[in-house]
Design a protein around this ligand. Structure first.
Ligand SMILES: [Zn+2]
Length: 232
C-alpha cells in the first residue's frame, strides 16, 4: 500500500475513533447526570472510583483504549511488510528457568510468555524509532531488519509484552512515550517518530530485567552455548 493511501486509511480510522470516543463520552456523560445524586458524592472523583460509572467505562473499550483503532492499523500495515522470526525454543526454555529461579522478575516474564507473542523482522513501525532494535506492539514484536533476535533482546521485549498485558495498550503507550494518546495517534498516522527515552519507567524496568537475566545466564550451562550480548 502506498504511503498516501495508508495515511488516508489510518486517517479515516482515527476520525471514526474520535467519533466513537465522542459518542462514548456523551453516553457516559448522560448517565453521570442521571446518577449524580446517588452515585457522585463530590467533584473530581475518578470514573473508576464510582462503581456504576466504572462498569460503564469498562463496557466502552474506546474510552479505556482510545488508541485501539490506530494501533490495529499500524500493526496490520507493519505486518504486511514483515517476515516471521522463528524464536529458538531454547530462549523460551531459558526464560522459564530464569522465571522459576528469580522470583523478582517472574510476574512480568510469565505474563509475556503466556501471551505467546509473535516476532517479526521489518515492518514500518520499527522505523519510527530510529534508535531502537525492536518495537513491541502488544502481541507483535517488530525487530529491525538486519538485527538478529538475540536472547537478551528477546527477554527485553518479552517484558514489554508483559507490561502491555498489565496496563493495557493505551495506558502502556502513553506512559512509555510520555505523550498523550492523541499525540501518539497524530504522529503514528503521519509516520512521525515517537522515540521513547531510556528513562521511561517501562524501559528502566525492561533494561533492569534483561541485565539480571544475562547475569543469571552467565552462571548457567546451556546446550547450545547461548550467551547475551553486552547491551540490549
Ligand atoms: Zn524497551
Amino acid at each position: 500500500m502506498g504511503l498516501g493511501k495508508f495515511a488516508k486509511k489510518v486517517g479515516r480510522g482515527a476520525k471514526k475513533a474520535a467519533k466513537k470516543v465522542g459518542r462514548g463520552a456523551k453516553k457516559a456523560g448522560a448517565v453521570a447526570l442521571d446518577t449524580t445524586d446517588t452515585v457522585l458524592r463530590g467533584p473530581g472523583r475518578a470514573l473508576h472510583d464510582v462503581p456504576v460509572l466504572g462498569r460503564i467505562a469498562d463496557s466502552i473499550p474506546s474510552i479505556r483504549d482510545p488508541l485501539a483503532p490506530v494501533f490495529e492499523a499500524v500493526v496490520a500495515t507493519s505486518l504486511a511488510k514483515s517476515d516471521p522470526i522463528n524464536v529458538p525454543e531454547e530462549y523460551t526454555e531459558l526464560v522459564r528457568r530464569y522465571a522459576t529461579d528469580v522470583e523478582q522478575d517472574r510476574a512480568w516474564l510469565a505474563r509475556g510468555l503466556r501471551a505467546k507473542p509473535r516476532f517479526h523482522h521489518g515492518g514500518w513501525v520499527i522505523k519510527m524509532q530510529p534508535a531502537a532494535g525492536a518495537m513491541t506492539m502488544d502481541n507483535d514484536v517488530f525487530v529491525r531488519r538486519g538485527r538478529s533476535l538475540d536472547v537478551r533482546l528477546y527477554v527485553h521485549e518479552l517484558v514489554h509484552v508483559g507490561q502491555y498485558k498489565t496496563f493495557g495498550r493505551t495506558d502502556f503507550l502513553t506512559t512509555y512515550f510520555g505523550l498523550s494518546a492523541a499525540t501518539i495517534a497524530y504522529r503514528w498516522v503521519r509516520r512521525r517518530p515517537t522515540e521513547p527515552t531510556r528513562s521511561s519507567p517501562h524501559e528502566k524496568s525492561a533494561y533492569a530485567i534483561d541485565k539480571r537475566f544475562c547475569t543469571w545466564l552467565e552462571s548457567q550451562t546451556t546446550s547450545s552455548g547461548t550467551t547475551c550480548p553486552d547491551t540490549t
